[in-house]
Design a protein around this ligand. Structure first.
Ligand code: SAM
Length: 328
């Protein structure tokens, strides 16, 4: 079938394509063709093409594949998906805007595009964002069958930790008592409850705890999760000696909370201690801190030393899994 195409010499093809894209004239149902040194760029309306361009009738192949941002940019941008949000990590704001425009023009389904505008900061571990496309930073993210609603502007969340969270959750047995000391919107706590555990989830961030409660209902596990908003160090004595498993995902400072962890630990308790350390000794400081806090009361057995991901040059985000067994 013939469709209107702008015909341009190959060397001016990309500039022309960008101009037509900016005017919303590209026909995404047909492919751009190259014939004898000319590009045939399919357009949706010949009448709206500026007079400077040569419009001809041509029969280009129908588009079989989806147009990606890479097709549009000519180079592969790096981005992360979180529900219908696309997250960029670009230092150059101009490049970030170019990528955002390419995402909009592509077949990628995204309501919002944001660029990281600060490091993760403060006790609540939140960062600033530049909103490039869309008007909402709230989304629903799906991870290993769990749905999590969250707003990246007011809570911590990283989709990069999905595999690590799954590794921990797979170890959880029915009726275990799991205490998630830094729970966020519930990416450990909710799958743990889905695995049949009884879960206590604590977080300082009020908004995160509101989302966690909503996510518990959304995933049908509200009856197995107790959500507590506040400083985990102030959790009541009713949880002393309660936990079969403690999740301590507050890298950089989780070790400062090991005295609380020991208070919450039952006679036998597995601790997942997240940490950020130099590659030369990624697990030594965490283990030393566990020994310091627990050795008087507990035997300590290292179950796994897991490098979760690279965090910065020569630094790793790691998880130390240890079993604490109360001394007789
Ligand atoms: N576990 C969640 C996840 O994987 O997405 C959140 C982890 S985030 C790195 C750490 C969380 O600890 C943040 O949500 C922060 O608000 C919370 N937090 C920081 N200090 C705390 C404290 N003293 N007591 C309880 N929660 C705290």
């Amino acid at each position: 079938m013939n469709v209107p195409c702008v015909r341009v010499p190959r060397e001016s093809g990309e500039a022309t394509r960008q101009r037509l894209a900016a005017d919303g004239l590209l026909d995404h149902d047909h492919q751009i063709s190259v014939v004898e040194g000319y590009l045939y760029i399919p357009v949706v309306s010949a009448a709206d093409v500026p007079d400077a361009f040569d419009v001809v009738e041509y029969e280009p192949p129908a588009r079989e594949t989806q147009t990606t941002p890479t097709d549009i940019l000519g180079s592969e941008p790096s981005y992360e998906r979180l529900g219908d949000i696309v997250i960029l990590d670009e230092d150059d704001p101009e490049r970030a805007r170019e990528i955002a425009a390419a995402i909009v023009e592509s077949d990628l389904k995204a309501e919002t595009v944001v660029n990281r505008a600060s490091k993760i900061k403060g006790e609540l571990r939140i960062r600033d964002w530049d909103l490039l496309v869309g008007d909402s930073t709230e989304t629903v993210h799906r991870e290993y069958g769990t749905e999590l609603r969250l707003d990246i502007d007011s809570v911590y969340f990283s989709p990069r930790l999905a595999t690590e969270r799954h590794r921990v959750v797979e170890q959880i047995r029915e009726d275990e008592h799991v205490f998630d000391m830094f729970a966020g919107v519930g990416p450990f706590a909710i799958p743990a409850a889905k695995a049949g555990a009884e879960v206590v989830a604590c977080d300082l961030n009020e908004v995160a705890i509101e989302y966690l409660r909503e996510n518990a209902v959304r995933n049908d596990v509200a009856d197995r999760i107790t959500a507590i908003q506040g400083d985990v160090r102030e959790v009541g004595t009713e949880y002393d000696g309660w936990a079969d498993r403690l999740i301590m995902n507050l890298p950089h400072s989780a070790s400062d909370f090991l005295d609380t962890a020991v208070r919450l630990a039952g006679d036998e308790c597995i601790v997942h201690l997240y940490d950020i350390q130099h590659e030369d000794d990624p697990f030594g400081p965490g283990l030393a801190a566990v020994r310091d806090a627990a050795e008087d009361e507990y035997e300590i057995e290292v179950l796994e030393e897991k490098i979760v991901r690279s965090y910065a040059p020569h630094e790793y985000n790691v998880c130390l899994d240890v079993r604490l067994t109360k001394r007789p």
